[in-house]
Design a binder for this molecule. Structure first.
Ligand code: FEO
Length: 171
């Protein structure tokens, strides 16, 4: 059985993951409106993955006999001045999420809730990848600068990303 404190914290994380999904969907819409179809695709896949993250915790709370309480999702930014600005915001946001996951893990450790620690381990590993990817794209876009052909190539590369749902054992 989940403690009330942990149940509350996991519910907050479900909201944060849905907010992340909403943020990336907004970035996808912004990229699409500016003709960056590849980046729009990349952020759309990111949007779907964030929903999976939310649902992973959602399912966990239920399987532990807890109660999911969905909260309002805060508004998100609608427009970014450049692809680089969007990826900088992505990294900034993922660093915040990493801190939230770490705090949750610390709480689960304090409460000796090993099942929650085990579930959160997946997120600890996922956050390393999330930050690494955002940083790699910031580096690439910084290198590209104002080079139109570079942006075109970068956008083409991000068009290749496909969505893979979490498997039933991971979800
Ligand atoms: Fe759910 Fe991007 O971390």
């Amino acid at each position: 059985m989940l403690s009330k404190k942990l149940e509350e914290a996991l519910n907050a994380q479900i909201n944060a993951e849905f907010w992340s999904a909403y943020l990336y969907l907004s970035m996808s819409a912004d990229c699409a409106s500016k003709g960056y179809g590849g980046m729009a695709n990349w952020f759309n896949v990111q949007f779907k993955e964030e929903q999976d993250h939310a649902m992973k915790i959602f399912n966990f709370v239920i399987s532990r006999g807890g109660k999911v309480n969905l909260r309002p999702i805060d508004k998100v930014t609608q427009s970014w001045k450049s692809p680089l600005a969007a990826f900088k915001d992505t990294l900034k946001h993922e660093i915040v999420v990493t801190k939230m996951i770490n705090d949750l893990y610390a709480l689960a450790t304090e409460e000796k809730d090993y099942a929650t620690q085990s579930m959160l381990q997946w997120f600890v590993d996922e956050q390393v990848e999330e930050e690494e990817t955002a940083q790699a794209y910031i580096d690439a876009l910084t290198m590209i600068g104002e080079n139109g052909f570079g942006i075109y190539q970068f956008d083409k590369e991000l068009a290749t990303r496909t969505y893979t749902p979490l498997t039933t054992t991971e979800a």
